[in-house]
Design a binder for this molecule. Structure first.
Ligand SMILES: Cc1cc2nc3c(=O)[nH]c(=O)nc-3n(C[C@H](O)[C@H](O)[C@H](O)COP(=O)(O)OP(=O)(O)OC[C@H]3O[C@@H](n4cnc5c(N)ncnc54)[C@H](O)[C@@H]3O)c2cc1C
Length: 329
């Protein structure tokens, strides 16, 4: 139980400082202090010590240094589904770049394409289109990385990325590199589970099976998705949908029917365009978004006797996910 998840904490506790020192003494990339705002689509978050791994051996070396220092790390994608705390992170933020952004066609004939976990979904879609590979167009307009999308089984309109997965390569800090095939995955609504995926596992890359499709048709479907989003979603900084849709219902519609559009806490507001989006309207803090999401949840409970569950990940300063009561999830 974390009573005050937004309590100011000291960036760079002892363990992180040691990890940073170990990295300084190696050929590995240097860690630097950054503002998480720059790594967050809602432009919120305190500071963190960040290091970028551009290939597998750097990833292994960094994780080894973190283990030696008894510190912890958190993989960050594009922060389009994650609310970082105002107090910053007291764990090492680890970002996958370089080799991890590559996208390769493994077999055009079989529709097999491999995407690095750090690649952007938009890049993945564009390479697929160039190679006449379709059926992933439902991802158009979803921001973020392949790793973040796979981890949360991102999707839209009843389709999800997990359904396209053939296999995943995952770096397990205690076991090294392992492959998990689709048979070992359990797909849920914005959830990807596997008995082979342990906490702290890093997705390195993913193999997808797409279908031979005319590129003109792919472009048409992508454009259709993008214009639908442009008409229905806010342009202000956000994390996308805050709450999961209850079965056969739309969380956005319910929040709207409860009269909560434009509800404001500090600099955060429930969007006018889409009531399931909380936007950063005026230099919002993480605590503003948290309090506003909690108000929305509580009002929906009071008026509709329905409990909305979070779709976004809210993190405490140890990089752990918490719920709207501050409990670890
Ligand atoms: C405007 C907007 C619209 C959106 N629309 C949709 C939508 O239609 N459908 C949808 O599903 N989502 C949507 N989202 C949410 C978001 O874009 C997706 O969830 C996206 O897949 C998250 O990717 P990311 O790289 O930003 O992940 P992050 O938010 O950075 O990370 C998400 C989680 O994944 C973990 N993670 C990231 N990479 C790895 C890795 N390599 N290995 C292990 N763990 C990893 C992180 O630690 C974190 O726990 C939207 C967001 C915005 C801002």
């Amino acid at each position: 139980m974390d009573n005050n998840p937004f309590e100011k904490t000291k960036i760079m506790g002892q363990d992180l400082a040691i990890a940073s020192e170990i990295l300084r003494d190696t050929e590995l990339p240097l860690a630097k202090i950054v503002s998480l705002e720059k790594f967050s689509s809602i432009k919120i978050g305190g500071e963190a010590l960040l290091v970028e791994a551009s290939n597998l051996s750097e990833l292994e070396g960094i994780i080894e240094a973190v283990k030696q220092a008894k510190a912890k790390f958190l993989i960050i994608g594009d922060g389009t589904n994650t609310l970082y705390p105002d107090s910053g992170l007291d764990v090492l933020a680890l970002k996958l770049t370089g080799d991890f952004s590559a996208i390769d066609i493994i077999s055009a004939k079989e529709g097999l394409i491999r995407a690095g976990a750090g690649a952007h979904l938009s890049h993945f879609l564009s390479i697929a289109r160039q190679n006449s590979l379709g059926e992933a167009e439902f991802l158009a307009g979803i921001p973020g990385t392949v790793g973040g999308a796979v981890m949360g089984n991102a999707g839209a309109a009843g389709e999800s990325i997990g359904e396209l997965l053939q296999s995943l390569r995952v770096y397990e800090p205690e076991k090294g590199l392992i492959t998990i095939t689709s048979d070992d995955l359990k797909l849920g609504y914005r959830r990807l589970g596997s008995t082979k995926l342990s906490p702290g596992a890093v997705i390195v890359d993913a193999d997808f099976k797409l279908t031979a499709t005319d590129p003109g048709e792919i472009s048409r479907r992508i454009n259709q998705r993008l214009s639908h989003r442009a008409e229905n979603q806010p342009y202000e900084p956000s994390l996308g949908c805050v709450f999961l849709n209850p079965p056969d219902q739309s969380a956005g519609l319910i929040i709207d029917q409860c009269g909560l559009k434009d509800l404001v806490v500090g600099g955060a507001a429930v969007s006018r365009q889409h009531a399931n989006f909380i936007v950063n309207r005026n230099r919002a803090l993480s605590s503003d978004v948290f309090t506003l999401a909690k108000k929305v949840r509580d009002e929906v409970k009071r008026l509709r006797d329905l409990t909305l569950d979070l779709e976004i990940g809210i993190l405490n300063s140890m990089g752990q996910k918490i719920d709207l009561d501050g409990r670890l999830v």
